[in-house]
Design a protein around this ligand. Structure first.
Ligand code: PAF
Length: 282
């Protein structure tokens, strides 16, 4: 596995692979890799011959009171994991490489509407930071395909829309959420949980599954199901931001006849803000 710190190094590697007729698949990450990220690399295998993973904790997607400074950074471990997963190129740029003119007046990419709802309502500017950095990374790596986890369902939806709106020549591959045995979705932010909070955290997924079962059983009272989700989470000691039933394709409010749904939630537990979702097709 090679390591690139500059855009020029990435472009040179990609040019050589293309000349050899090899397809390039890209997995963007913020590092602190875990089984969820490894599953993205696994998903990448089916779509190409060469794999790039980026590790970049993107300052633009963190709010002023969020955890940018404390976000877990484990570069040596990440490198070992990517090497053993068969990654060809690890891209670890400095902030100045990605934002050469600083961030304040930098060109930004925004997907209006989709970026302001759900998590966007509680993390203003977050998704603009995500779409801006992902657009840059796709531009730098010029992959045939890029893999994003379904755990960040709203992010995945935004990126699909951005790629479509900007006519970007890249296929977006969704990868299923990886869960611990008790159902908790893998996330770097799970490390913020105390032992007692970690034991309670799987309630988030169980509450989503309970809502999914109600829908599968024929309940179409979305408001009542959402209210019950919020009630259970609050009673279990979470501070939920939202618990929402939406259409899978565009995260719009579902009609009674909607068939492809996703239930999404974000909730604080101690220092951690956990997000998760369950898709339901009826
Ligand atoms: O999902 C993430 O880890 C980040 O939002 C991403 C896609 C790497 C952009 O910084």
């Amino acid at each position: 596995m090679r390591r690139a710190r500059t855009i020029a190094q990435v472009r040179a590697a990609v040019r050589a692979w293309r000349r050899a007729g090899q397809r390039v698949v890209f997995v963007p990450t913020m590092g602190n890799l875990h089984a969820g990220h490894m599953s993205l690399i696994e998903a990448a295998r089916a779509h190409g011959e060469r794999f790039i993973a980026s590790i970049f904790v993107n300052p633009m997607q963190f709010g002023p009171n969020e955890d940018f400074a404390h976000y877990p950074r484990t570069p040596q471990r990440d490198e070992r994991m990517l090497r053993s997963a068969g990654c060809d190129l690890m891209f670890t740029p400095e902030v100045s490489e990605i934002y050469p003119n600083g961030m304040t007046h930098a060109t930004r990419v925004e997907v209006p509407g989709l970026s302001d709802i759900l998590c966007g309502q509680f993390r203003p500017g977050h998704f603009q930071g995500v779409t801006t950095v992902v657009a840059k990374l796709l531009h730098i790596c010029a992959p045939d395909a890029a893999v994003f986890g379904e755990k960040d369902f709203q992010q995945l939806t935004l990126i699909r829309r951005m790629v479509s709106d900007l006519c970007m020549p890249v296929r977006i591959i969704p990868a299923p959420t990886v869960r611990a045995d008790d159902g908790l979705a893998m996330s770097s932010r799970n490390q913020y949980l105390s032992a007692a909070e970690r034991a309670r955290a799987p309630v988030l997924y169980r509450t989503l599954c309970a809502a999914a079962r109600r829908i599968e059983a024929g309940d179409r009272d979305w408001v009542a199901i959402e209210r019950e989700g919020l009630r259970v989470l609050t009673a279990e000691g979470f501070r939920p931001d939202y618990f929402a039933i939406r259409r899978q394709e565009d995260l719009g409010a579902p009609a009674p006849e909607s068939r492809r749904l996703v239930i999404l939630t974000a909730a604080h537990l101690g220092r951690a803000r956990l997000i998760d979702n369950v898709q339901v097709t009826i």
